[in-house]
Ligand binder design. Structure first.
Ligand code: NAP
Length: 354
């Protein structure tokens, strides 16, 4: 097939750079336009970006001129854009992404601004690809020629991938989760070295609320064009730790029925979704990897499993109180952001939505 032309909004940031790297050699997509803040607009990508991903800039984007994140600027780039990947700060996304959708652009966004609207799909492709069906309602209701689909908060993508097989097999009543989140989760200028080195910060603004609400939407069911949120009591507590990439989460689950641990391990290991069935380019062969060592997963050792698209579960045990306990690790900038968004894009191509 001819490659589809994509633009990346917020291309100079930490998630934007991941988009650039993951899309540089992609079989479906070609990067033809990049945007950043007004201070970067007009510069070449290699001049405006502090490249953090080793070696050098991919050749395809090095010399591209940064555009402003406005539909008219993108229109002038000389290409018809088939799909936009957005890594804009949420405050900017809130204003700008609806303008793009109104004008007919198809947007997959990493920003939180639109995630919890009833008519906006919030997708982890292995879990709820059917929720993409509400795009039609969004376009009709808002009279948009294009649409917005969202990718979840980084901790939430990782958590939900581990919960989904358990929910389907045993049922879940309650989830408690404590996160230890990497500094890259806060963006390029998010946490200063003085604040984080030799330290743990037991607060991340808005994060607990995002995990608590988004998880229930993703694990919810689509019925008669409405997403019915999952009926689970969930409580989160979030910490920023001195790790570059990779969020680690301690998860405590009250199950609906008792189950053998070995049985659960098999269920987690066997878990697959539509991306695996369709053999999408970024789909990991195992979305959930189970480790048996007492001291795994660890961010430095396990964050690149499945190209950063798998989550790694370890320390699975059932306590005396009957609660299931485990640790899950995922790459926040890949599965938690750019990688998940690209997988959504790949899925939409196969579903004929792009
Ligand atoms: P970041 O490193 O701060 O990058 C922000 C990007 O937005 C940069 O390209 C920046 O351009 C651009 N930008 C800033 N102000 C702008 C403006 N006024 N108009 C247009 N563009 C502007 O942030 P990030 O970590 O990549 O996160 C991007 C988005 O993804 C955020 O909404 C974040 O919440 C979400 N997200 C992040 C993660 C993660 O792990 N980091 C995970 C999931 C979701 P300049 O370089 O010119 O300033």
């Amino acid at each position: 097939m001819d490659k589809l032309r994509v633009a990346i909004l917020g291309a100079t940031g930490l998630v934007g750079q991941r988009f650039v790297k993951l899309l540089a050699d992609h079989p479906f997509f070609d990067i033809v336009a990049l945007t950043a803040s007004p201070k970067s607009a007009g510069k070449k990508y290699c001049e405006a970006t502090k490249w953090m991903l080793g070696a050098d800039f991919p050749d395809a984007v090095k010399e591209l001129k940064i555009l402003e994140a406005r539909p008219e600027a993108i229109r002038k780039c000389g290409y018809n854009i088939d799909l936009i990947f957005s890594a804009l700060p949420s405050s900017i996304a809130k204003e700008v992404e609806p303008l793009f959708a109104m004008e007919g652009f198809k947007v997959v966004s990493n920003a939180s601004a639109m995630r919890m609207f009833d008519d906006v799909p919030l997708i982890v492709p292995e879990i709820n690809p059917d929720h993409l069906n509400i795009i039609e309602i969004q376009m009709r209701k808002r009279r948009w020629k294009g649409f917005i689909v969202t990718s979840p908060n980084c901790s939430t993508s990782i958590l939900t991938l581990s919960l989904k097989p358990i929910l389907d097999y045993v049922g879940i009543e309650v989830v408690h989760v404590t996160t230890m989140q990497a500094v890259s989760g806060a963006g390029f200028s998010g946490v200063t070295s003085m604040a984080i080195i030799d330290n743990v910060i037991p607060f991340i603004a808005g994060e607990e609320e995002k995990i608590q609400t988004e998880t229930l939407k993703i694990l919810g069911t689509l019925s008669k064009d409405i997403i019915k949120h999952a009926d689970i009591a969930i409580s989160a507590s979030c910490n920023r730790v001195c790790v570059l990439d990779g969020h680690l989460e301690n998860v405590f689950v009250k199950l609906k029925r008792s189950v053998e641990l070995e049985e659960l391990k098999v269920i987690l290991k066997r878990f697959k979704g539509l991306p695996q069935e369709l053999k999408l380019p970024l789909a990991p062969s195992s979305p959930v990897i189970v480790r048996n060592e007492v001291d795994r997963p660890q961010p430095r050792l396990d964050r690149d499993e499945g190209g950063g698209m798998s989550v790694v579960v370890g320390r699975l045990r059932i306590g005396g109180d009957g609660w299931l306990k485990y640790v899950v690790l995922g790459n926040n900038v890949i599965r938690g952001a750019a990688g998940n968004a690209i997988l959504i894009g790949e899925l939409m191509v196969k579903m004929g939505l792009v």
